[in-house]
Design a protein around this ligand. Sequence first.
Ligand code: ATP
Ligand code: MG
Length: 285
Amino acid sequence: MSYRKQFIVKPGEKVNLHKIDPSFKDKHESHEKALPKIVEHIGRMDKLQYLLYADGNHSLLVVLQALDAAGKDGVIRHLFSGMNPQGTSVFGFKQPSNDEIAHDFLWRAHLRSPSKGETVIFNRSHYEDVLVVRVHKLIEKSEWSTHYQLINDFESMLSYNGTRILKFFLHISQEEQLSRFKQRLEDPARNWKISYSDYSERKLWPDYIEAYEDALEHTSTQHAPWYIIPANHKWFRDLAISEIIADTLEDMGLKLPSPHVDLDEIRNNYHAAEFEQAKQNNKKS
Ligand code: ATP
Ligand code: MG
């Protein structure tokens, strides 16, 4: 079964994250064994992103959400490294700035949404407005629960306008999170990544899981589905996400646009004349 079918949250389906094994790795034994497939998917993604850009009628929005240290940065580094920077961008959602707070919560997401031909990755997203704000009681329940419908309407509008939306929840266990914090403490190259808030947020784990389950349930739609990705094994996470993105782009039936000039005319008149001229110039020099 394709990972698109296996990990999708079907619209209206109840989500119980405790029942989903974050260490799942399918039939693959190791990173080494899975690597050729990952490389193949990344190659397909690169080719298809080129077509998306050339075609210029559609766009792709990838949303990455997860608890701390689940690997959002790793996905971006590994999977999008080969894509042409022209036509690809990443936007990280931090605590909203004064300007952002002065607008509706979807404003900053809309502002960064991809234009036609573009691929945009959201590292965290407008979903923080049904997650962190709920867990930290920054706004009332009546408010955050209204956000689900507003998000669905917003994403439906983007989709109507030609944007394919893929949303990934990276699912790790609490044990795995702690071991990644330890790596951040021990590895000097990763020291900068650890923060006090990683530990205080960790204490709120059950609240976050509940908030995620509700968000996944309320906002997985046909035009903007959620996928729950087992992410304890970094390589399996990359394998599943790259397959889902490549398969989705493939289904879009992207084509190179036809040239908007008469190629024969250019060949026979313009190019032939330039070629002749260059030959003459060469002879002279
Ligand atoms: P890492 O996983 O590597 O720690 P990160 O995505 O957590 O990376 P940080 O700069 O540590 O990056 O965190 C950004 C913070 O901004 C998160 O704690 C997130 O919950 C918070 N944030 C994002 N959007 C909102 C929002 N709308 N309201 C309040 N806080 C928000
Ligand atoms: Mg953080």
